[in-house]
Ligand binder design. Structure first.
Ligand SMILES: Nc1ncnc2c1ncn2[C@@H]1O[C@H](COP(=O)(O)OP(=O)(O)OP(=O)(O)O)[C@@H](O)[C@H]1O
Ligand SMILES: [Mg+2]
Length: 574
């Protein structure tokens, strides 16, 4: 945290300094009040004759001090907030940057809900912690220490009351704090869970409604919410016992000060004004100690949050950037050398095993196979969404792990299986990878993707706004926008991960034809379930259970591969 606070050291110092001014004014007031009573009203040094002029003068001084104290308080608040808000802003940006750099596997491990809580609520908690440290803590300490000094300077015998009350309060605080401390980390976890349920429901609202699962989801949300509330209640209940106990100690102490004061007034050691001042001081001292409880709550929560933020910041991205950023002699070649892969947390169960495959530059390469056989996993290794567990993936004869990620990902354009559409215009969705692309380029890419035919029927054409999640477009329209986006990137390697599944066969055929004639040099990797989608590819690989079962042209496979023939028969033979 210090690393982030250092930048704002001036605010960090000014806030407590002004707080010192504010507290000093608070500590001066009881003394002046004592003077008013002793000299102005009782006239102790004037034979019992009061002095109205002194009352007015001292009163005005008190008002002046209050105003100065207010000014200091405001300034202290301003600097403390400047410090904590800027500090939080910096951390939030860094955490967000780190979240962006995490690999899919790492994001999955944290869970989306938890990452959202960490970037929002947890940051707020550590901002509160900083404010509390430079304001609350300083104020409490100064009031406590200053109060004791001021009170003892009135008469040492008042020290007896402090000495008796203090251990009681400390025992009380330690007891409550010890019980509450572990609950704060739990509290943040419960909040994570709530956010996860909320996030899944909002993004999956269509499925929830389609299956009429509202009642079930309400119950799930209710359960998560209930757990949060009950933990929160436990913490609050604990502290609600604490306040009355502390108040009893405080009130008994005030009575004790009056008693001690009365004895001393009788002996002529102190004046009635001193006793009045001492009563105020003992309240200030014990109130300060009681504030430790609040400070502690903020510090505990802040530290729990700080640890959670630290976990994200300390999570080194598992996909580490390489350095290779030069031009390669070959362009558009992909090679898998004895590649095996298993997803983390799957206990080593292999999704791909011993895949050997070379895709040649400019080739149209089809990948076919049953659902769940590992097709998406295979192509996800090319732009390094995941790293191969064993073996090597090479793009243009360079290991993908050696590339600077930017260089590698510039070479590859992927249209993912689930079309991600952003809530902006169709134009911006297509030009996502190249926001400065000229209109003609965008229209050309949309034309090849067979998207123009529906874009031109929209009232605003390319500028038509898309609803969040692409819900204002049909499934096939979304796919075509995603395809146009990938084509516009004009990368060496173009990957369609089952992205034409929602297109009718005629549109699909037109798309591949346009792609073949317009982008001949591009390597095209096409994953499909339908044999018709890949039949005309230069070569086709059939994947079965994470292995390459066969590879060749349609004719070769029809002649040699039983699996391919089975698929063909089931889909095309009548
Ligand atoms: N992020 C993940 N974590 C754990 N397992 C996963 C993950 N993604 C996929 N799998 C598993 O890996 C296997 C292969 O998945 P993959 O997505 O590659 O299949 P696919 O061939 O693309 O299927 P489909 O045709 O349905 O898209 C499946 O059994 C799937 O359950
Ligand atoms: Mg897939």
């Amino acid at each position: 945290m210090w690393k982030y606070l250092r930048k704002y050291w001036l605010f960090f110092l000014l806030a407590p300094l002004f707080m010192l001014g504010e507290v000093s004014m608070d500590l001066l007031q009881p003394r002046l009040m004592g003077t008013i009573v002793d000299e102005g009203v009782l006239g102790l040094s004037n034979g019992g004759v009061g002095d109205m002029a002194l009352v007015v003068r001292t009163g005005l001084r008190m008002i002046g001090l209050v105003l100065f104290g207010c000014f200091c308080g405001v300034m202290s608040g301003v600097f403390a907030n400047l410090c904590s808000q800027n500090f939080g802003n910096d951390i939030r940006k860094d955490v967000f940057r780190r979240v962006m750099a995490l690999s899919f596997e790492q994001t999955d491990r944290f869970s989306t809900g938890s990452l959202i809580t960490r970037v929002t609520n947890d940051i707020t908690q550590i901002q509160n912690l900083v404010t509390q440290c430079i304001r609350g803590f300083v104020r409490t300490f100064l009031l406590f220490a200053g109060g004791i000094v001021c009170m003892l300077s009135l008469h040492m015998s008042f020290g007896v009351v402090v000495a008796c009350a203090m251990p009681l309060i400390v025992v009380c605080i330690v007891f409550f704090i010890g019980r509450a401390n572990p609950m704060f980390a739990v509290l943040q976890e419960k909040l994570d869970r709530l956010n996860n349920v909320m996030q899944e429901n909002v993004s999956g609202t269509r499925v929830v409604k389609a299956y009429v699962k509202e009642a079930y989801e309400k119950e799930r949300f209710g359960a998560a919410n209930g757990e949060l509330v009950s933990t929160q209640l436990k913490v609050l209940l604990l502290f609600s016992y604490m306040t009355p106990i502390m108040n009893i100690i405080l009130n008994v102490s005030v009575v004790a000060v009056i008693k001690v004061g009365a004895v001393r007034v009788g002996a002529g050691d102190v004046t009635p004004g001193d006793v009045m001042a001492a009563v105020t001081y003992i309240s200030q001292i014990l109130n300060a100690v009681m504030r430790v409880n609040m400070i502690f709550q903020t510090v505990s929560r802040g530290m729990a949050s700080g640890r959670r933020i630290g976990e994200v910041l300390a999570c080194a991205p598992s996909i580490v950037d390489g350095t290779f950023a030069e031009d390669t002699a070959v362009r558009g070649k992909v090679e898998f050398r004895d590649v095996s892969f298993s997803y983390p947390g799957m206990g080593g169960e292999r999704v791909l095993s011993h895949v050997n495959l070379t895709i040649r530059p400019g080739e149209t390469f089809g990948i076919l196979g049953a659902t769940g056989c590992g097709k998406s996993t295979l192509v996800n290794l090319i732009p390094r969404f995941y790293d191969a567990t064993k073996g090597q993936v090479l793009v243009d004869d360079v290991d993908v792990r050696d590339y600077a990620l930017r260089t590698l990902r510039d070479k590859v354009a992927v249209a993912l299986q689930k079309s991600e559409i952003f809530s902006t215009s169709i134009r911006e969705n297509i030009a996502w990878g190249d926001p400065n692309a000229p209109e003609a380029e965008i229209r050309r890419a949309a034309g090849v993707a067979q998207a123009l035919e529906f874009i031109d029927t929209k009232a605003d054409g390319l500028d038509e706004q898309v609803a969040q999640g692409g819900h204002s477009l049909s499934g096939g329209q979304k796919q075509r926008v995603a395809i146009a986006r990938a084509i516009l990137k004009n990368a060496e390697i173009l990957i369609f991960d089952d992205t034409t599944s929602a297109l009718d066969l005629k549109t699909e055929a037109k798309l591949y034809e346009a792609l073949k004639s317009g982008y001949a040099g591009m390597t095209k990797i096409v994953i499909a379930q339908r044999i018709a989608s890949v039949k005309d590819a230069d070569r086709i690989a059939v994947i079965d259970g994470g292995r390459i079962a066969a590879c060749g042209t349609h004719e070769e496979l029809m002649a040699d591969s039983e699996i391919y023939r089975d698929i063909y028969d089931s889909q095309l033979k009548r």
